[in-house]
Unconditional design. Structure first.
Length: 136
């Protein structure tokens, strides 16, 4: 039998994962507070209720996206996978489904629609140089 496929997080789940990747294992209350801080004061979004955040995080634990530490009164939730691993999974899926497996098309679309900062361009050049150097 093949290995169990990793669950792909939804947009709402990614927001929760980003809070946990930034701050480390967290309570539902902490995550909910951080999510609501992202809302702009001029009606840029509705407040996310605590029970909504709780339910999403419980589902994420069932899907294997979060690990729950129940040793305390307030349960702590931590990411089951590091950020780079989830990002790689999402990019691989996007590459296959939207770009027919073409890394060139993906990069051209990403850079063509985004004004890259000079530091980003320098890092991209370094990566390309390392990749090219490995082929010689």
């Amino acid at each position: 039998m093949g290995a169990k496929r990793k669950a792909r997080p939804t947009a709402a789940e990614l927001k929760i994962l980003n809070v946990i990747w930034t701050h480390g294992p967290s309570t539902v209350r902490f995550v909910n507070d951080r999510l609501n801080e992202e809302k702009t004061p001029k009606g840029g979004g509705r407040t996310i209720g605590y029970t909504t955040t709780l339910k999403i995080m419980q589902v994420m634990a069932e899907k294997g996206l979060l690990e729950r530490d129940e040793s305390r009164r307030s349960h702590l939730y931590g990411a089951a996978s590091p950020q780079h691993q989830v990002q790689r999974l999402l990019v691989d899926r996007l590459l296959q489904t939207a770009f027919g497996g073409s890394a060139l098309k993906l990069v051209m679309q990403a850079l063509g629609g985004h004004k890259a900062k000079p530091e980003e361009i320098a890092r991209i050049r370094e990566l390309l140089d390392r990749m090219e150097g490995g082929r010689r």
